[in-house]
Design a protein around this ligand. Structure first.
Ligand code: NCD
Length: 500
């Protein structure tokens, strides 16, 4: 097998959630081998990549990540087009992200690497163009190539990632590097994590929940750096992300409160675990250094080597992507609408509370949900009779709401709306006094253009005008758990907000 051909099937590098342990290990090993052999101008590299085009689209500031992708591409004999910052581009004229990306695809770019301030932007672009996309950071969401180089650096130092004690320090709320790193570490065994953050900048609950669910290991939280120093083997420092705080006066105030809260000096490190190493995705901030300059000369400091490792990782990733064929998978609407199909033509019992000869009867709604369902189906706008029976006795549940909609069969999308707000509703289609179909609604695996993502920084939010369609993956039915396909944020039934 060629040095740079890895056996993984990824056609884009978007999130660590998409990776298996084996894939990560293979990438690390290949990158370490490349670093050792310095095998950059060999035939197997050039035959695949020579004169290919990397589109390097950095909508947000970057030094290391952009330069290391571009250097990696240069070493592979590729040409580079793109921009570093949107100043001087048509983005400033209001061009939608999808158009910019399409244009570079039209220029026959072979790989796109992009950084953007919106969560989910890279996956959105990966959906829009038929060119492999590397996510070089999307808002506060993810930074998978950073994680791969972080894991490479950890592996290079310790010879393993399993069983390590790792403390993440700083802005764990907005720092995309730590969100991805946590997902990457979840692939390994028995990794202990401390989350050290100022109040207000803690690791988001959904990141913690995912790690704990996947590994069965609890994350420890503390705002005090000194509590972890004697235990941790890796201290992963991060910058307080000024640009992600609100631009308001309160935002400035919040930022001032927490900036400079952690300062790692060689003095502080005298109390540390002897095997402790210091990492940082960089940049650090010169006004209030989170790692003081006197740490740089210490053998514990890995951060410059960490940045260097990024070039090897990105060489591996780019050359891998040049060898893949990206084809669009169309999402077919699933036809399994019902949990239980009913025998055709069961007679309606005479004792029914309300006689509906033709139409849809929505039964077993939780009390209070009748009016909600009525409004979200837009029934008040329809030219049909709708009768609501609220908070009535139910043999199955004690109390229930019931809706009888005359002369109308609900569409699949309407049925999904019901299932999104009610876990126990059942639906009856009635024709000519007979129940022709009855059951509880099954949600399809993917819900498109139905829900508003509750993450205000998600690329799908209408206020960003990117026209990215809302798309949710139904991860679990009961209790309902949805994940935004783009920004990866999860939500439950309590957060469901249907699109207008
Ligand atoms: C990080 C980023 O952009 O998310 N930097 C990087 O890619 N090396 C962290 C940061 O900017 O603080």
């Amino acid at each position: 097998m060629s040095l740079l051909n890895i056996s993984i099937l990824k056609t884009d590098i978007l999130s660590m959630r998409d990776f298996s342990r084996e894939e990560v290990e293979e990438i690390i090993h290949k990158a370490l081998e490349l670093k050792r052999t310095k095998k950059t101008n060999t035939q197997d590299l050039n035959s695949l990549s020579h004169n290919k085009i990397l589109a390097s689209l950095f909508f947000e500031n970057s030094t290391r990540t952009r330069e290391s992708h571009e250097l990696a591409a240069t070493k592979l004999g590729m040409n580079i087009i793109g921009f570093a910052g949107t100043e001087g581009t048509s983005v400033k004229k209001g061009e939608p992200l999808a158009d910019t990306a399409r244009m570079y695809a039209g220029f026959e770019a072979d790989v796109v690497v992009m950084r953007h301030n919106l969560d989910g932007a890279a996956r959105f672009v990966a959906d829009v163009v038929n060119v492999p996309v590397i996510n070089a950071g999307d808002g506060a969401n993810a930074h998978p190539t950073q994680t791969l180089l972080d894991l490479m650096t950890i592996f290079e130092k310790f010879g393993t990632i399993d069983n390590l004690k790792i403390a993440m320090v700083g802005d764990l709320k907005y720092g995309r590097t730590v969100h991805s790193l946590l997902q990457g570490l979840a692939l390994f065994r028995n990794v202990e994590i401390w989350a050290v953050a100022p109040p207000g900048l803690e690791m988001p609950a959904h990141c913690i929940a995912e790690f704990e669910e996947r590994t069965g290991t609890k994350i420890f939280y503390t705002p005090h750096l000194q509590e972890v120093l004697d235990k941790a083997q890796v201290l992963y420092m991060t910058r307080i992300q000024r640009e992600r705080f609100p631009t308001s006066v309160e935002g400035e105030h919040e930022f001032k409160k927490v900036s400079g809260m952690y300062e790692l000096t060689s003095q502080v490190l005298t109390r540390a675990n002897p095997s402790l190493c210091v990492m940082h995705p960089l940049p650090r901030v010169k006004h209030k250094l989170e790692i003081s300059l006197d740490v740089d000369a210490s053998p514990r400091a890995l951060y410059f080597e960490q940045a260097r490792n990024g070039v090897f990782i990105r060489q591996i990733l780019i050359s891998h992507l040049l060898g893949v064929q990206k084809t669009k998978i169309e999402n077919k609407e699933e036809n399994g609408l019902w949990r239980e199909r009913f025998v055709n033509g069961q007679d309606k019992k005479e004792s029914y509370l309300y006689r509906l000869d033709n139409g849809t009867l929505i039964d077993h709604l939780e009390p209070g949900k009748g009016p909600l369902v009525h409004s979200l189906l837009g029934l008040e706008r329809l030219q049909t009779t709708v009768v609501q029976a609220l908070n009535i006795a139910s043999t199955k549940y004690g109390r229930k709401d019931v809706l009888a909609i005359h002369n109308m069969r609900l569409t699949p999308r309407q049925l999904w709306k019901i299932a999104l707000v009610s876990e126990r509703a059942s639906v009856n289609f009635i024709e000519d006094k007979r129940v022709v179909q009855k059951g509880t609604v099954i949600l399809p695996r993917v819900l498109e253009r139905l829900l508003l993502c509750q993450n205000v920084n998600c690329v799908t939010r209408p206020e960003h005008f990117e026209h990215a369609p809302s798309k949710f993956i139904v991860e679990q039915d009961k209790p309902l758990r949805l994940r935004c396909y783009y920004c990866e944020r999860t939500c439950g039934q309590e957060d469901v907000e249907l699109l207008k």
